[in-house]
Design a protein around this ligand. Structure first.
Ligand SMILES: Nc1ncnc2c1ncn2[C@@H]1O[C@H](COP(=O)(O)OP(=O)(O)OP(=O)(O)O)[C@@H](O)[C@H]1O
Length: 253
């Protein structure tokens, strides 16, 4: 049986704006297992990004517990949380912030060197990953201002993968990419997952969601659907797509 990687108990997140409280996540009990590629779907404003931030330790819940690979995140202070995230998690968010004064390669290496001191090994791995996402040698020494939005997004994805995180969190990672680049990036995610790393990804896109083996559907801060789709396989894609579309129709998507 696969091991639990994240377990939440009565997870709640409430935002207060101008004295008005908005209960965005409502008593969520979620159980994610190692090596799964979990997709979070739901309408706009249903709380998907908020959930991703909470379970990845980027933001603190208002109430409830999050157990991450045996650690209760609420027992960690901010510095301990930062170390924990650096050692175990990779993040790809909609907005990618690269360090302006560093080249593409150095941006990736800077993240890698926080965890692995073997620079020669890191340079080799950075170059391999950059090639996999379609950033070739001619761009490795460019600075972020010289990249297109899609190129910067792909460099951000390599930076997230450089430390071989136990779990990769991604929020609409292909939003800024054209379809060829999206496919390439999703292939990298699929490979990462096949190598045993877990992925949790928020998406609105059906083709992207088909990369997952499990789909959680969030409505108004509550998980109201949980579909086991089976591992991604190009051969069975039509069948899986039908199953996903049927599930989403049931969810009223
Ligand atoms: N920092 C914040 N302060 C106040 N309200 C917030 C904050 N972050 C999110 N919200 C509110 O929480 C609700 C859920 O936002 P969230 O970004 O999680 O939704 P989502 O499902 O990811 O939406 P989308 O698909 O449009 O990205 C929204 O109404 C949003 O305005």
């Amino acid at each position: 049986m696969k091991k639990t990687i994240i377990k939440t108990e009565k997870l709640c997140k409430t935002f207060s704006t101008s004295g008005i409280q908005q209960h965005v996540l409502k008593n969520l009990d979620i159980h994610l297992v190692e090596e799964d590629f979990t997709i979070i779907m739901g309408s706009s404003g249903s709380g998907k990004s908020t959930l991703l931030y909470a379970i990845s330790g980027m933001d603190k819940p208002t109430l409830g517990d999050i157990d991450f690979a045996g650690k209760n995140l609420s027992t960690l202070n901010n510095d301990q949380l930062a170390v924990f995230r650096r050692n175990h998690c990779g993040f790809v968010f909609q907005q990618i912030y690269l360090l302006d004064n560093m080249s593409v390669l150095d941006n990736v290496l800077a993240s890698g060197l926080l965890v692995n001191k073997n620079k020669r090994e890191l340079v080799k791995k950075s170059k391999e990953l950059l090639k996999q996402v379609g950033i070739d040698e001619s761009s490795w020494f460019k600075f972020p201002a010289q990249l297109s939005g899609g190129e910067a997004q792909r460099v951000g994805i390599v930076r997230a993968l450089i430390n071989s995180p136990k779990i990769l969190f991604a929020d609409e990672p292909t939003g800024a990419l054209n379809s060829a680049s999206s496919e390439r990036v999703l292939d990298v995610f699929t490979n990462v997952n096949r190598n045993g790393q877990s992925v949790v990804m928020v998406t609105h896109d059906i083709q992207t969601a088909l990369r997952g083996n499990r789909i959680l559907y969030l409505r108004d801060g509550v998980i109201c659907g949980d579909l086991q789709l089976g591992a991604y396989s190009e051969k069975e894609n039509d069948e899986r797509q039908e199953k996903l579309k049927h599930f989403l129709a049931e969810m009223g998507w």
